[in-house]
Design a protein around this ligand. Structure first.
Ligand code: 9UX
Length: 72
């Protein structure tokens, strides 16, 4: 089963910022797909909830230096 969460990522100002977040998300075990849109400040993450939680996904975003707010 795949779960999808959408997270508001605050503080990104350039495409390098969004690429950094995207790479960090894709490196998480259990994440199957991640895309970060700079314009909408939104991350969409497809993950296996057996392996990883949206809390862990958000923690990873915070560790890259940006604020993560759960949308759905
Ligand atoms: Mo360039 Mo984005 O320093 O922080 S990576 S603006």
């Amino acid at each position: 089963t795949t779960q999808i969460c959408r997270i508001l990522v605050k503080g990104m100002t350039c495409t390098t910022c969004s690429s950094t977040v995207e790479s960090a998300l894709r490196a998480i075990r259990g994440v199957n797909r991640a895309q970060v849109a700079l314009a909408t400040e939104e991350a969409e993450v497809h993950y296996d909830p057996i392996i990883v939680s949206h809390e862990q996904v958000m923690k990873t975003i915070e560790e890259t230096g940006f604020e993560a707010i759960l949308i759905s």
